[in-house]
Design a protein. Sequence first.
Lengths: 78, 640
Amino acid sequence: MTLLDYAQTQIIPADLEITDFKGVSVICERLHEMGLHRGQKIRLIGRAPLKGPLIVQFGTSFLALRAEEAECTLIQAQ
Amino acid sequence: MHFDSSTVKTSSVALVGAPNSGKTTLYNWLTGSNFKTVNYPGATVEYSLGRLASHLRTADEEILWVMDTPGTYSLHPKSADEEVTIKALYENPELGRVKSVVVVVDGTQMSRHLQLAQQVRETGFPMVIALTMSDLLRKQGIHPNLSLLEKEFQCPVISFDGLLGGGLRELVQAIRELKPQPQVRKPVPWGFEAQDRKIQDCDELAKLVLNQKSEQGQSRLQEVVKSTQLLDRYFLHPIFGLLLFVLIMTALFTSIFWLAAPLMDIVDSFFGDLNSVVSAWAPGSLWTDFLANGVVSSFGAVLVFVPQIFVLFLGIGILESTGYLARAATLIDRPFSLVGMSGRSFVPVLSGFACAVPAMIATRNISSSRDRWITTFIIPLMTCSARLPVYALLLAFVFKGQPAWKAGLTLATLYFAAGFVGAIAAAIVNRFLPAGQNSFFMMELPLYRRPRLQVLLRQALTRTMSYVKRAGPPIFIFAGIMWAAATFPNYQMEDSQQKLEQSYAGQLGHLLEPLVEPMGVDWRVGIGLVSAFAAREVFVSSLAITFNIVDSDEDSVQRNLLEQMATAVNRHGEKIFTLGSVVGLLVFFMIALQCMSTVAVAAREMGSIRFALIQLVVFNLVAYSLAVAIVQTFKALGIS
């Protein structure tokens, strides 16, 4: 399941684990550069108003991800 | 920048790090007051270069240049300003290839920031790792295992305290002791699998270094983010978040008026007094007239707005250093994307309220060239600080004798209106531009921090001074030209009104009158409008001259000018400054692109002279047509 699907269908906040990345390679590369990787445990905190970016926390970092970016991130619930 | 061509050996070190890593703080500590390039809010412009602060030098030392680069997450650039960082390292126009690199790693974000260190390591640059934010870690009782990092990266690791400057000398010493490398490699992309593995490794390493293996260690590190979590519950809340956003922006834009008012009075009285003093030197002489009514009045008319510009810079600085700007960008991403931009356009657009030049440079942070094009296109519509003197004068005229909050609120409305006009322009351009490739937003939300007032004030002051320095020469030159044009050829004439009418300025103004008459103003304002193309704020000083502020018994330049405006009539005996014509002027200044530096920067940043020319012609045509339409409508409705 992608992070976007999860945010649209499940209850937030939620603890998740990244399983893989797919789609646009430059987005996947940048997601890595922001510190995300397979097996990374993240917490989906919320979503900005007006269906804006998703807010994700991992460790001490906070990241805002647009729908397209959340779509490249595959997750499973912990 | 000048470089000694003598035989002194020079060396150079570049600071490289992710955005918000504390890189610029370290840079300021290293260079002291020696740095040459000024950074504007929201962007490291180009790169900054400075000499090592004198108290850190040794007696016989070679010259050490320190370079600050735009924040980057990796050495594989994905936006224009990340490319600047790579270029600054390898093919620097000033230094050639830099000799060594300091990788700035935020201790609280270690696992993420270590991958950049890894990439620099692979290029072979001699490097030092500077670990920042260590004070935050220490507060939670976390003591990073530096020797483990040193072993892993085979380079010195120095802990640096940005608040007090602790570790500075050790860092400089470590830089000095680095062995020069004759050869370095260009960065090679890792590829998906390798990258994923390396980042996991960095994550593991960071956990070891920060003693995160135990539950207790982890909960300690989580303490660092507690307040950020709490604050974000409000600042990013679907309802409160938007409400707070509007409140904060309103506070920012209204404070420009009321917070600056007392300071403005001081500046205004000062120039009023100076005018009287200078006039008294040799009454009636041409030189005294030039100094008092040409130079002093012009500077007074413009410098009176410096406190407002200072307040604006201070406000943006506060938002930036607390960490709120990234949240604002997140909130605005969705609305912005509807008109073809992204949340990344927010900081450039907001900087546009200070000055379009650094704002256009700040668009380098936008990865999609289409987004960047649209953002650069609408930036000149934002209310830059040069418009402020004009707005302030016109609003002071409309709200004369009324409480300051009215003018303040109207000014805030004008600022929001600029945003609205910008949105319309963006939407139009968005419709006509061909669809582009993928853009990404992906914004790091830095931890909230309490800014240091002293640093904020100093930074706002530096930025204001750089504005004054840039605006000063054109004001001075135009004041001279305007005064001469308004004084000659009949400088001995007694009747000042007639003298002006028959002067060169008067003649030119009359020539232009048919063009400005539909805007409801006469030739004197026409001269002001033309001179505003040198710099918008010159409009105010040229009004001060064309409306002939000669009587120096008045104790303030601005009050005198306002009085002149209230009584000014055109040749038909009708008042010039009516509500209609003032609103027309406001709208004209809101949209017109009158700043030649902006045109030059737009052409350079977009690599297209056509882009800049289209912008210039379109904005001015629209501004003029709208102003005329408004004035004529007011007239037809009989509002004066």
